[in-house]
Design a binder for this molecule. Structure first.
Ligand SMILES: [Zn+2]
Length: 243
């Protein structure tokens, strides 16, 4: 089984700072996303799953926030597999309602004038992110127990929580620990690739996307500073080697 833990905004420097051994696995490093004009979530995951730089196409086809983009199975690397499970991936089968709600709360937070109001909104925003995370985690762990040749779980919590709390080290340490524990639970179940679209950098207490991503594998690889589009062939080749 090939398992992909797709983690939005997993920051290389934080993985090091908090020494998340299970996220680092056997081989790990930064990805090179310098071919893209900006580190945009929808552009990067679209490019990952299709193996092509989709920036121009996403910007042209997408609405303002680009969240309406969906690629067909046959355009993605998932079509190479017999029984793939893909959970909540942007550009494929993301739960748009959940995303819309968190974006709306984010806007309300920045529009709010007084601190008590901001605290209330932040609480709701964080709670929603944790609730959604729990659901995806449950589905992910269940799918890994079943017989599939590919299981991909997309985890948005480091991105969503990071945007409002990246400067809160206690909270971010807790998020990274949670992700590290998921990696620990699954790293003996198959070939595990952990991949992020971009990282995150602090803007005061908040967070913004950084200009590289993160990758790791629980097996030896020749990858050094791979582009996110390199994983298309990499994963297909890994599958062939397993057959
Ligand atoms: Zn992202």
């Amino acid at each position: 089984m090939i398992i992909i833990m797709a983690v939005d905004a997993l920051e290389y420097e934080k993985v090091e700072e908090f020494n998340c051994r299970n996220l680092k696995q056997k081989c790990y490093g930064k990805t090179d996303i310098s071919e893209f004009s900006q580190p945009r979530t929808m552009v990067l995951w679209s490019s990952f799953m299709t193996g092509k730089n989709k920036e121009e196409e996403v910007l042209r086809k997408g609405d303002k926030e680009m969240w309406n983009i969906t690629w067909g199975l046959e355009e993605t690397l998932f079509s190479e597999f017999k029984s793939p499970v893909v959970l909540d991936l942007p550009g494929f089968n993301y739960d748009k309602k959940v995303h819309d709600k968190s974006r709306e709360l984010l806007k309300k937070f920045f529009d709010a004038k007084d601190d008590e109001e901001k605290r209330k909104i932040r609480r709701e925003y964080n709670n929603d992110a944790f609730e959604h995370h729990k659901k995806v985690k449950q589905d992910f762990l269940r799918a890994i127990k079943e017989k599939h040749d590919l299981v991909l779980g997309y985890f948005s919590i480091a991105d969503v929580i990071g945007h409002l709390n990246f400067g809160n080290t206690t909270m971010m340490r807790m998020i990274y620990k949670e992700l590290d524990e998921i990696a620990a639970e699954i790293n003996s179940k198959g070939k595990l690739i952990i991949l992020s679209d971009h990282g995150m950098k602090p803007i005061g207490v908040f967070g913004d996307h950084s200009s590289y991503g993160f990758w790791s594998t629980n097996f030896e690889t020749k990858l050094r500073n791979p582009r996110i589009t390199d994983f298309y062939d990499f994963i297909i080749e890994l599958k062939r080697k397993q057959e």
